[in-house]
Design a protein around this ligand. Structure first.
Ligand SMILES: Nc1nc2c(c(=O)[nH]1)N[C@H]1C(S)=C(S)[C@@H](COP(=O)(O)O)O[C@H]1N2
Ligand SMILES: [Mo]
Length: 349
């Protein structure tokens, strides 16, 4: 039994941003009331019965589907880990702008819905379409530009046509909770969370490059305002988190289990290692979950501590493409993609 049942950790109120409490990593699937929440704007108005999902633009016959109609298409179910690209931002030095996430802007759920590809084919996607734009129902202001904006993002046509890119209707076996995008949201496996647009109402196929501010201004990695080598945020880097014990814990001598999770948008996590001597030597952890294509994998390590003292623990995940976590992730202006090795300090009495 888990003695703790901590709630989500608030980071801002309007818009609402909340972290998954990583110390409550007691199940492979994150319960809906613990799954992190990341919003750019206040919540949109709950859609009425006339809500439809439109698929328009570079298609032969635009379609407009109501909620029931979406269930007429074959449904697929996929467990997928979602991580905000701003996860662990607060650990960057110097601090950057943006929500100061610790390590809980990541969660894992089971999503059910229609393959986006099925809907694009039903609408007769044009061979000239290069990108697909996803528009959310939420709107609001930005601090850097005048006017009102809508949260919208595009995906390259190849990723849009991948059978595992989903229009999700269900999360963990129930209709999507409103905060996670009811009635329908995109789920883009392996990509950072910004791609998975919530509260969908319109999908536009286009032959142009989409230039919305959440595409061009945000979610771009660059090292200074003068940096000309800019690149968009896409696949999740290999990353890990320590769940228990939490940093700065005081513990008794004896047997303890260090637990956590690891994931990568580039492939499978092939190993997680732990070091008690600041990286001079490493030991392998054992897995607590099976390997699944788009899922994080929890791990545990039995730690026998006979001697009181201060202990420093470091964790490093490596994926099957041999991507590994750096000691210190490269700083960038917006504080994205921080996949530095997790480190904690424990006092044993
Ligand atoms: N419509 C809409 N979709 C959105 C966002 C948003 O603000 N509005 N935030 C994005 C970001 S940055 C992330 S990390 C994920 C978070 O999804 P969650 O709130 O279900 O955890 O949603 C993405 N989809
Ligand atoms: Mo995000």
């Amino acid at each position: 039994m888990n003695l703790y049942d901590p709630a989500r950790i608030p980071r801002s109120t309007i818009p609402e941003n909340q972290e998954f409490p990583m110390l409550a990593l007691s199940s492979w699937v994150t319960p809906e009331n613990k799954f992190y929440i990341r919003n750019h704007f206040p919540y949109p108005v709950l859609p009425t019965n006339d809500w439809k999902l439109s698929i328009v633009g570079f298609v032969q016959h635009p379609i407009h589907l109501n909620y029931q109609a979406l269930f007429q298409y074959p449904q697929i179910t996929l467990p997928v880990t979602m991580e905000c690209s701003g996860n662990k931002r607060t650990y960057f030095q110097p601090k950057t702008r943006g929500v100061q996430w610790e390590q809980g802007a990541v969660s894992h759920a089971i999503w059910t819905g229609v393959s986006l590809r099925t809907l694009l084919q039903a609408a007769g996607i044009s061979p000239n379409a290069r990108e697909v734009i996803f528009e959310g129902m939420d709107t609001g202001e930005r601090t850097d530009l005048p006017g009102t904006f809508r949260f919208a993002r595009s995906l390259p046509i190849e990723k849009s046509m991948h059978p595992d890119t989903l229009i999700a209707l269900y999360m963990n076996g129930k209709p999507l909770p409103y905060k996670h995008g009811y009635p329908a949201r995109l789920i883009v496996p392996n990509w950072y969370g910004m791609a998975s647009v919530k509260w969908l109402y319109r999908i536009v196929a286009t032959d142009q490059e989409f230039k919305g501010p959440f595409q061009e201004k945000d979610y771009v990695v660059y090292r200074s305002e003068a940096d000309t080598k800019r690149r968009p945020v896409t696949l999740m880097k290999v990353n890990a988190a320590i769940s228990q014990p939490t940093d700065q814990t005081i513990m008794r001598r004896g047997m303890h289990i260090i637990t956590g999770t690891a994931w990568s948008g580039h492939g499978f996590v092939k190993k997680v290692e732990i070091s008690l001597d600041r990286g001079k030597s490493w030991s392998l952890v054992r897995w607590l979950d099976p390997e699944e294509k788009y899922s994080w994998r929890r791990w545990g390590w039995d730690w026998h501590v006979p001697v009181p003292g201060t202990y420093h623990i470091m964790v490093k995940a490596t994926d099957d493409k041999d991507n590994t976590q750096p000691l210190q992730a490269e700083w960038n202006v917006n504080g994205y993609e921080n996949n530095s090795m997790p480190q904690i300090q424990i006092y044993v009495e």
